[in-house]
Design a protein around this ligand. Structure first.
Ligand code: C6P
Length: 422
């Protein structure tokens, strides 16, 4: 247990005191130095998070003691690996409160999850003249798969605009929901601005219109309690590596009835019941969508990471990150010429900014010399950058192990950037 427990909620404990120093001890990489002995200040959590020792140990144990292929052998190790892999499915199911394991498909990550829906559900259900509705703050992973589908089918891609704070305009959203809007796909939280969308309301509006809803949860799951039953979304996609798990593993949640009616996404081993040259029949859910040997170690590691997050407690993580967001936002505003992009009322712990007269890449390079890792660039959200008339921004994104002292280090680093360039 990483924190002092006072009350248990269904998504982990609530604590009286968030012991961030205790939590930091769980992440070995946070104790290394970089760039000639500088302590690492890791503020690039929206790109990928660091990993707790328990998760690393679980993967080592899998490869040291359990490694085998799943669903294929009758031998002991295959049974052990299959059991661990399927237990991981149960862990994910509970973490997002899905009804059944059949609704949990393992993928390589958010990108593959969205492509799966666009290819399988999209090809089956979207026809010429239909519409797909996304928003102006989407990551390229939630734009390009829909463009490919629309190009193939002769359908139209519509985009919900945002205001200057980076909030989706709900009245425009309502207007864009048409009779032919087959699917609405938007992010739970924006990786580039931090905006948390009012997804419950948007899902209800889309459903009232008869549209299916996919949520890109890549930046939702690490920061917010996700209850897919309460949200009533049709699909929810996320990546393990953004929630303290390994790269190359992720999840597509889908309602069973939808998954049932969808054709397979890829063909290969494990997704079939029987194959002949004349006819192939497909496996039951969720295996129909898991062709080939999956990322077994990644999936098992993901479950361990979710257990870790649950042990800290998402309500505690959210409260800690909101404190960092408020603190860092106030401190950054002290810097002359710094402009923050994304000032929505509801935000995840992501701060995008520019410094007058300094290219974001130079900001990133100088901060790096101080041991501070931030992301600079377009954050795979080029249309959003265009909306705000900037080619790129710097982005600091906070995770469960970051501290106010690290926010101070960022501010001090930015003062250095100002000194160098002015
Ligand atoms: N955003 C960032 O630095 P993958 O690569 O499949 O794990 O996740 C893609 C993705 C989809 N949606 C959102 C909202 C995301 O933030 C990301 C990944 C990283 O912001 C890498 S570009």
């Amino acid at each position: 247990m990483t924190a002092i427990e006072t009350r248990t909620t269904d998504r982990g404990p609530r604590t009286a005191r968030y012991d961030v120093e205790r939590i930091r001890k769980d992440f070995p990489i946070l104790h290394r130095t970089v760039r000639g002995g500088k302590p690492l200040v890791y503020l690039d959590n929206a790109a990928t998070t660091q990993k707790p020792q328990a998760m690393i140990d679980r993967i080592v144990r899998y490869y040291s003691e359990e490694n085998s292929n799943v669903h294929r052998g009758v031998h002991y190790l295959s049974e052990v690996a299959t059991a661990a892999y399927e237990e991981a499915r149960g862990t994910v199911k509970r973490f997002i409160n899905a009804r059944s394991e059949k609704e949990i498909v393992f993928t390589r990550g958010t990108t593959e999850s969205i492509n799966l829906v666009a290819s399988s559900w999209g090809r089956q259900n979207v026809q010429a003249g239909d519409e797909v509705l996304i928003s102006a703050i989407e990551h390229h992973s939630n734009i390009v798969p829909w463009q490919l589908l629309c190009d193939e089918k002769g359908a139209k891609l519509r985009v919900v605009p945002v205001n200057d704070a980076g909030e989706l305009l709900l009245d425009e959203f309502a207007k864009l929901l048409m009779k032919r809007t087959k699917i609405v796909a938007f992010g739970h939280a924006s990786n580039a601005l931090g905006t948390i969308n009012p997804i419950r309301k948007m899902i209800a509006m889309a459903h009232a219109n008869g549209s299916i809803v996919l949520i890109d949860g890549a930046q939702g799951v690490p920061h917010l309690i996700v209850d897919v039953r309460e949200l009533d979304c049709d699909f929810y996609a996320f990546s393990a590596h953004k929630v303290y798990g390994p790269t190359g593993a992720g999840v597509l949640y889908g309602k069973e009835a939808l998954f049932d009616a969808m054709p397979p996404y890829q063909g290969g081993g494990d997704m079939i019941l029987s194959v002949s040259f004349e006819k192939t029949t497909y496996n039951a859910l969720p295996y129909k969508f898991e062709a080939g040997t999956p990322n077994i170690a990644g999936v098992i590691g993901m479950a361990s990471a979710l257990d870790y997050v649950s042990s800290v407690g998402l309500p505690n993580i959210a409260a800690h990150e909101q404190d960092l967001l408020t603190y860092a936002t106030a401190r950054l505003q002290e810097i002359e010429g710094l402009r923050i992009f994304g000032t929505a009322a509801e935000k995840a712990s992501v701060i995008s900014f520019t410094l007058e007269g300094v290219h974001p890449h130079d900001i990133g390079t100088i901060l790096d010399q101080e041991g501070i890792a931030v992301r600079t660039g377009h954050h795979c959200a080029q249309p959003l950058m265009m909306r705000f008339n900037v080619p790129a921004t710097g982005r600091a994104s906070f995770g469960l192990y970051n501290t106010r002292e690290e926010a101070d280090a960022l501010v001090a680093g930015l003062h250095k950037v100002v000194e160098v360039f002015r």
